[in-house]
Design a protein around this ligand. Structure first.
Ligand code: HEM
Length: 484
């Protein structure tokens, strides 16, 4: 018996090694030799995956192949090839990768973030109109209001002379904005709860999901491990994701009860009106899309603002210059509004440079090829996972002069939009990019106009990053804030 098991394992290892290292065609992109079972996952374990993949591109080129567990993957960091795939040949790369973790959070690939094409087109249409610049202009006051709240919190820290740890408060800021945008509501608090602890509980839930869906872990890429963890999460640890589902479902139920179809209040009302609530599947859509937007729109913007605060503490001269611009255009004691955006070119460049050097979503969200296809000189077989390395594109010295130097002036007269694509490109790019830009601008500008930010001990704050679905600081940090 034992001998048979050992023989079977040996055969599995042998055939898996052959499978992972045989060529699909003579036009395969180059790549390293891959191990059986884990493929090249081990190569991504020592540094954050986007950086490890960037290093591999220095050996194998701007398009190369690897195996992530059971998934044949092509990684691209060439601006032309990225557009060839995600824009020109979009029809062949519409879907996200099917993994057990995404199956779990996407209701069998029927949602917005990870939905298959047939579901995605309808879901995307339902929300797209809500994220246009015109619609967002009418929402500016909500973002500005939330920034006042953030500034007040920071003032309280300053009054008490306590170092300020931005993590929870940037999350509260972005979550309250997205909640109001979709649900025109903040979280309802019950007896014994405060708004803060409700928000932070929900934020932890979102962190948990990001970790589960995002990281380059065995359970994401090795099917057998993914299946076991899926079964455990779905049927045994049923409280996983329960808080998020319950919060969103409660809000949806309340909206259905009180909807006035002549006067929709918010995005959720508009989604409810576009769904047939008598259909078993469509009835789930408002909650599913609401949760998608809450997931995609909280952590991303929050960690961009958190990193901005860290980078300002580490770059006092840039901080001072951005403050002087704000002081000249808006003046101390006033509030920065979205209408000031065009008048603060230096600050705009600082925000862009911060998001270049700390790319928030460095590998975007993976797609797959839904048919065999040639891209440039390379063959991509059906089912291949495609990763665009947005980070590599933004930090490669082929495209940038001294990419490791924090230098906002590079964005002063140039958007570098061919190589700076923090929100991805093409029809399935980030639907919330306008909202994200607005909320990041308002938070960063008002923070700088109100406070000087320094590190607690006078040394540079450690900028080491980790990646789950987004990049964020490896170590929690605090800063000192002094009123301007
Ligand atoms: C700094 C902030 C943000 C960054 C860097 C970011 C980046 C991205 C990226 C790279 C993608 C993948 C695009 C692709 O596959 O080509 C994406 C998708 C998405 N983002 Fe964002 N995002 C941010 C904020 C937001 C916000 C605030 C929202 C919503 C309110 C949002 C909603 C979404 C959704 C729904 C998707 C999936 C789109 C689809 O599959 O059609 N994001 N985002």
């Amino acid at each position: 018996m034992l001998q048979t098991i050992i023989l079977l394992i040996f055969l599995y290892i042998f055939f898996d090694f052959i499978k992972k290292n045989k060529r699909f065609s003579k036009n395969d992109p180059p790549g390293p030799i891959s191990l059986p079972f884990i493929g090249d996952l081990g190569r991504l374990s020592k540094s954050p995956p986007h950086k490890a993949l960037f290093e591999l591109s220095k050996t194998y080129g701007k398009i190369f192949r690897i195996w992530l567990g059971d998934n044949y993957t092509i990684v691209i960091s060439d601006p032309q090839l990225i557009r060839e795939i995600f824009v020109k040949n979009f029809e062949s790369f519409t879907n996200r990768l099917h993994t057990y973790p995404t199956r779990f959070v996407s209701n069998n690939f029927r949602n917005l973030n990870s939905g298959d094409y047939e579901y995605w087109t309808k879901n995307r249409q339902m929300v797209s109109h809500a994220f246009t610049n015109v619609k967002l202009r009418s929402f500016a006051s909500v973002i500005e209001e939330e920034s006042l709240d953030l500034i007040e919190t920071m003032k309280e820290f300053e009054r008490q002379q306590i170092p300020f740890s931005p993590k929870n408060y940037t999350k509260k800021y972005s979550m309250n904005i997205i909640l109001q945008y979709i649900f025109s509501d903040k979280l309802k608090v019950q007896d014994g709860e405060t708004e803060n602890n409700k928000i932070f509980t929900l934020a932890k839930e979102i962190d948990k999901l990001f970790l589960y869906v995002g990281t380059f872990r065995m359970e994401k890429y090795i099917n057998v491990i993914g299946w076991v963890s899926y079964m455990l999460k779905k049927y045994i640890f049923t409280s996983f994701k329960e808080n998020l589902d319950k919060t969103v479902n409660d809000i949806v139920d309340e909206h259905i009860k009180t909807i006035d179809r002549e006067n929709p209040r918010d995005l959720l009302d508009s989604i409810i009106m576009q769904c047939d609530l008598n259909d078993k599947f469509e009835k789930q859509l408002p909650a599913m899309i609401g949760a998608d937007l809450l997931l995609a729109g909280t952590e991303t913007s929050a960690s961009s603002i958190e990193y901005f605060i860290m980078i300002m503490a580490n770059n006092p001269l840039v901080q001072q210059k951005a403050f002087e611009e704000l002081n000249q255009v808006i003046g101390k004691g006033n509030q920065v509004k979205l209408s000031h955006h065009k008048s603060t070119p230096y600050l705009n460049a600082v925000i862009k440079e911060a998001s270049r050097i700390k790319t928030t979503a460095p590998l975007g969200l993976p797609r797959t090829a839904n048919q065999d296809i040639m891209i440039g000189d390379y063959f991509i077989p059906k089912g291949t996972q495609i990763l665009m390395n947005i980070y590599a594109l933004a930090n490669d010295e082929c495209y940038w002069d001294q990419p490791n130097v924090f230098d906002p002036t590079r964005f002063l007269n140039n958007n570098h939009s061919d190589r700076y694509i923090p929100f991805g490109v093409g029809p399935r790019n980030c639907v919330g990019s306008n909202l994200a830009n607005d909320e990041i601008y308002i938070a960063c500008a008002n923070i700088l106009l109100n406070f000087e930010i320094t590190s607690v001990d006078g040394k540079k704050i450690d900028e080491t990053e980790v990646l789950d679905l987004t990049v964020h600081p490896k170590y929690d940090f605090s800063v000192l804030i002094n009123s301007r």
